[in-house]
Design a protein around this ligand. Structure first.
Ligand code: AMP
Ligand code: ZN
Length: 117
């Protein structure tokens, strides 16, 4: 996708602070970190969201879940982390390239969600 900012990051056309890369995935620091550890882990190939995946995407989705703990531990979250995938309008997704937020640090991340009345 030529106009996708995360595709441009994978291609090196937009700078990023890379922390991990392999044949399927790329990980970099979130530009506006919400916790001391805040990494984005993305498929190298453009996938718009978790609502756009099929069985052909199982290898990359599995890779993302399999490498997340190592990325968290190597970037300051050694005792666990939270993995978040915002999806579509309801999920509050802002960047339309599938990404797994890896958030953590030295303190617990906090409550999962606050209840909407
Ligand atoms: P989401 O709301 O789940 O789509 O999250 C998008 C995330 O991408 C936000 O946390 C942004 O801070 C982050 N972000 C947007 N542009 C960049 C960029 N160029 N480099 C790093 N992170 C970015
Ligand atoms: Zn993309």
């Amino acid at each position: 996708m030529s106009d996708c900012i995360f595709c441009k990051i994978v291609a090196g056309e937009i700078p990023s602070k890379k922390v991990f890369e392999d044949d399927l995935v790329y990980a970099f620091h979130d530009i506006h970190p919400l916790r001391p550890t805040h990494i984005l882990l993305i498929p190298k190939r453009h996938i718009t969201s978790l609502a756009h995946v099929g069985v052909e995407d199982e290898p990359v989705l599995g890779r993302m879940l399999a490498v997340a703990h190592e990325i968290a531990a190597k970037n300051g979250s050694v005792d666990g982390f939270r993995a978040i995938i915002n999806t579509g309008r309801i999920g509050g997704q802002e960047v339309p390239h599938l990404h797994l937020h890896i958030v953590g640090g030295g303190q617990p991340v906090g409550p999962m969600l606050t209840k909407v009345q």
